[in-house]
Design a protein around this ligand. Structure first.
Ligand code: AMP
Length: 288
């Protein structure tokens, strides 16, 4: 049975109670409207931990646009049903007042990994993410928290936070779940209408083009980025923000790809902004 927790006190009691009793606890932080991508994290947590808790909180401080926040999908009933089906022990779904009530404006500075890419295009986004993740881990120290590689920069930032601030929770990153045509699952995909849904594959197609050029022997990062831009340019509904080839740890842009790298892409289709990434490996199989 999945128990719905509404307060931080209940959340803390559930996690610390389980850990005191010797049970490992895995936390899967989400903003709800759960899909197979989220559920892949839940399954991994379920397989590895004695207790699993999913948080469902649309965190207003990580939205840089009020319209984006207002349009963000919510489906707590559906989320609870999906969690029950997947053997989740608790769902922590606090109100904004419960999460931030009494707060006086202290925030967590996410550090240099947040400077580029999403950090540049969504000012304040990663401070919001860093603050809410730190709060979730501070309220109740789960043994492990599970995040998706889908939000690759976020994953790297959260790993850094846990390490640099000694948060006491292990961070695990898991591969991106995709539709058969390559589109990464995202709660925002619900907003893609008609022709936008087909056009939204431009992000994955662009990265595939870079991976194909790499497999063909191209090592120049500028040429790989040009291959991505060409795909984006051929899709009339695509409005790319960035198409980059970066170091997988520092997220700094590369000039050459002689070791493992990451392709990062972001942009819009109509009014819907999407992000994606894949591993770029100069030899051997490609990553998710
Ligand atoms: P969100 O609800 O979008 O904040 O996502 C919650 C968690 O699910 C984050 O760690 C995401 O990276 C992860 N996630 C979102 N989409 C996917 C996906 N398609 N595959 C794997 N993980 C995902």
């Amino acid at each position: 049975m999945t128990v719905l927790l509404r307060t931080k006190a209940e959340f803390r009691e559930a996690v610390t109670g389980a850990r005191t009793a010797g049970a490992s606890v895995g936390l899967v932080p989400t903003m709800g409207a759960l899909h197979e991508g989220h559920l892949s994290l839940v399954r991994a947590a379920r397989a590895r931990e004695a207790r699993v808790i999913v948080s469902v909180f649309v965190n207003p401080t990580q939205f840089d646009s009020a319209a984006d926040l207002a349009a963000y999908p919510a489906d707590l009933e559906g989320d609870l049903a999906a969690c029950a089906e997947h053997g989740v022990d608790w769902v922590f779904a606090p109100s904004v007042g419960e999460m931030y009530g009494g707060a006086r404006g202290a925030t967590v500075e996410p550090g240099p990994l947040a400077a580029r890419w999403e950090g540049e295009h969504r000012p304040g986004h990663f401070a919001g993410v860093a603050t809410v993740v730190t709060k979730l881990l501070a309220v109740a120290r789960a043994d492990t928290a599970y995040f998706g590689e889908k939000d690759y920069q976020q994953l790297r930032i959260v790993e850094g936070l846990a390490r640099d601030l000694d948060l006491g929770t292990r961070i695990v990153g898991l591969p991106t779940v995709r539709e058969p045509d390559g589109l990464a699952l995202s709660s925002r995909n619900r907003r893609l209408g008609g022709p936008e849904r087909a056009a939204a594959t431009w992000l994955f197609r662009a990265m595939e083009a870079a991976a194909a050029a790499l497999a063909g022997g191209e090592r120049d990062a500028g040429a790989l980025e040009a291959a991505m831009r060409e795909v984006a340019g051929a899709e009339p509904l695509a409005r790319p923000d960035y198409l980059a080839v970066v170091d997988p740890v520092t997220l700094e842009p590369l000039t050459r790809v002689d070791a493992d790298a990451r392709a990062l892409v972001a942009g819009s289709v109509g009014n819907t902004r999407l992000i994606d990434n894949i591993a770029l490996r100069p030899s051997g199989p490609r990553g998710a």
